[in-house]
Ligand binder design. Structure first.
Ligand SMILES: Cc1cc2nc3c(=O)[nH]c(=O)nc-3n(C[C@H](O)[C@H](O)[C@H](O)COP(=O)(O)O)c2cc1C
Length: 378
């Protein structure tokens, strides 16, 4: 299990944990895996605080940061390169029909949709624009590279060329998530060191090819570049399967949502612990790009015949965050979902992050030994 990739990154087990929660990231790294903090929902100032906290709580163990750098997004197409007035310019692109439809969804749930009040936080983040625009994502990379990170990962596209060069100059390994073989080939050509092949089962933005098919295809296409398998991995058996497909390690996301260190609200935690695999859906309703998440009245509404259709990233999330703020205000939970993968059915009890790592490792060793025995006993 301890392989070349572990050696180069200074970790004990090739288990990578994507999380938005600094406590989880630090706990995974301390337990011998690699905690990777998702930077998407932080302002640069807040990311600086989170990473300084991790630096103090990780006992010198390696950790990483993940950003989202869409190859295709509306802000790029429209030439919006500046964070100033970004939220306003994006809002101006949303048609009245879409606002009306959000109003109708809210009304159907008895949620008042008064005129938009002034948000407490007038930054792009406060206005529903996360770090997935060029203007909001690039500063997050600068902050991340100001900390002693070992890994810089990027979703929906590789980091910009300058960021890859800077990361390499600082000895930081660069990884990128892909859902197709062609994306893996492109990313390696652009200087990415580790490819994360993420299958259909996964929580969050995901493609339409299953992990079982995607991983060996990516492994073969970009050998000898190391590949991490992602999507549907939550047990040692699944980890063993991923390694058998040729992966150098596993990249996991969903299973960290229900660990003891997670900052999930009690309502979200309850929903996750109760959910089965078939309670997730791959939908554009949250961000505008297909993302696996819990099926909710919100995802259903955007599938309904009267739906005007989802908007492209990053506009759809502006509608989503508008609606979720209003739902939260009146305590409505029917519309509230979250990204999570099909592995959610296995997430039925709360364990510490350290226990999750140990359970993965223990079952992995058990199952690989059992398979060896079967082969040698003929
Ligand atoms: C709540 C949640 C949020 C996610 N957000 C991101 C993100 O911001 N950036 C990213 O690279 N991947 C994100 N992902 C995907 C994970 O990095 C990972 O690839 C995926 O969870 C693996 O599949 P699994 O959910 O079956 O473990 C997210 C996943 C979840 C569950």
């Amino acid at each position: 299990m301890h392989n070349e990739l572990c050696e180069s990154l200074g970790i004990e087990f090739p288990i990578f944990a994507f999380t938005h929660c600094r406590d989880v990231a630090a706990a995974v790294s301390r337990a011998g895996g690699m905690g990777v903090l998702g930077a998407l929902a932080f302002s640069p100032e807040q990311l600086e605080i989170e990473l300084s906290w991790i630096d103090e709580h990780v006992d010198g163990k390696p950790y990483g940061v993940d950003v989202v750098m869409p190859v295709k997004s509306l802000d790029r197409d429209a030439g919006l390169h500046d964070a100033k007035d970004l939220a306003e310019q994006l809002r101006a692109m949303i048609s009245p029909d879409h606002w009306d439809y959000v109003g109708k969804i809210l009304a159907d749930h008895g949620i008042p949709d008064e005129a938009e009040e002034e948000p407490d936080d007038d930054s792009p983040l406060g206005r529903g624009v996360l770090g997935w625009t060029e203007a909001t994502g690039t500063p997050l990379i600068d902050i991340a590279l100001g900390h002693p990170i070992k890994l810089l990962a990027s979703a929906l596209g590789p980091p910009p060329a300058e960021a890859i060069d800077q990361a390499h100059a600082q000895g930081v390994t660069v990884a990128a998530l892909v859902g197709r073989v062609e994306q893996a080939v492109r990313d390696v050509q652009q200087g990415v060191d580790v490819v994360i092949a993420q299958g259909y089962e996964a929580g969050g933005h995901t493609g339409d090819v299953g992990t079982m098919v995607l991983v060996p295809d990516v492994v073969d296409a970009i050998a000898p570049t190391p590949v991490l398998a992602a999507g549907g991995i939550g047990t040692g058996r699944q980890m063993a399967a991923a390694m058998a497909l040729g992966a150098a390690g596993v990249w996991t996301g969903s299973i960290w949502l229900t660990v003891a260190e997670s900052d999930m609200t009690p309502v979200a935690m309850e929903k996750l612990l109760a959910a089965r695999s078939s309670d997730t859906v791959r939908s554009r309703a949250m961000t505008g790009k297909p993302a696996r998440q819990l099926r909710t009245d919100w995802t259903e509404a955007w599938e309904a015949p009267e739906s005007p259709g989802t908007l492209p990233m990053p506009l759809q999330f502006i509608l989503h965050s508008h609606a979720m703020r209003r739902a939260a205000r009146v305590g409505n939970t029917d519309l509230v979902g979250m990204p999570v993968g099909q592995i959610v059915s296995r997430m039925d009890k709360v364990r510490t992050a350290k226990q999750v790592i140990y359970d993965l490792v223990e079952e992995y060793l058990e199952v690989t030994e059992r398979m060896h025995r079967r082969v040698s006993e003929g």
